[in-house]
Design a protein around this ligand. Structure first.
Ligand code: SF4
Length: 218
């Protein structure tokens, strides 16, 4: 069984896709968008390497605890197209017969036209893709997207059923989760412009160390 390199997993994720979700952040990103808030996921040799089967066990556990979908982000998931394809194919098998079926949402910094055949094969297993670099100069209010250039691509009937109303949705507030672990404080979601600096001020106000957040360079 192949291995896959991840930054972390989390359940429940409530700020990247509909319903309570299992979140996977993959390790390694060659795209280096200015203003990226996932700097800790850039190094392709960092993070944790684990068997695809072990990652699948985490998903199955989340499914038993009520996950309504899976969100794969990063890092750049399509920098590991083979392991990602194996993982998503295995996820797909676990949802056979489940009603309602959990959906697969995949984030990539690539445009569809940039993908090679291995990347296209992995991306094809997602119900919904969010594509494109994060461009700090193009802020957006669109739900689950970090910048206005990013496109939500509905690839399956399930994706169309669950996400059609979200393609142009601009909620009053961007959904956001703040989590903490041994590595420090990290964010789930696509914060709007100014949110991270407000959050850092809030942490400082509460006597917490904003240098320990994951979105700032070491
Ligand atoms: S693609 Fe995503 S993880 Fe990679 S640099 Fe851009 S925003 Fe960061």
């Amino acid at each position: 069984m192949s291995t896959i390199r991840i930054s972390r997993t989390h359940f429940p994720v409530t700020a990247l896709g509909p319903g309570p979700r299992f979140g996977v952040w993959m390790q390694g990103c060659p795209l280096a968008c200015a203003g990226c808030m996932s700097l800790d996921t850039w190094d392709a040799d960092a993070g944790t390497e684990l068997a695809v089967a072990d990652l699948l066990d985490r998903w199955v556990d989340a499914l038993a605890r009520g996950a309504e979908g899976i969100t794969v982000s990063g890092g750049e998931p399509l920098a590991q197209p083979g392991p990602l394809r194996a993982f998503l194919a295995a996820v797909d098998r676990t949802r056979s017969g489940l009603r309602p079926a959990p959906d697969i949402l995949l984030y990539t910094g690539y445009e569809l036209t940039e993908l090679d055949s291995a990347q296209r094969a992995a991306a094809a297993l997602a119900d919904v893709l969010v594509t494109g670099r994060f461009l700090a100069g193009q802020p957006t209010r669109l739900v689950w997207r970090g910048s206005a250039n990013q496109r939500m691509v509905l690839q399956t009937d399930l994706g169309r059923r669950r996400y059609a109303a979200s393609v142009d949705l601009t909620p009053e507030r961007a959904p956001l989760q703040v989590e903490s672990d041994q590595a420090g404080v990290w964010i789930v979601g696509t914060p709007r412009r100014g949110t991270l600096s407000r959050l850092e001020r809030g942490l400082r106000h509460r006597g917490l160390d904003p240098d320990a957040v994951t979105w700032r360079p070491e």
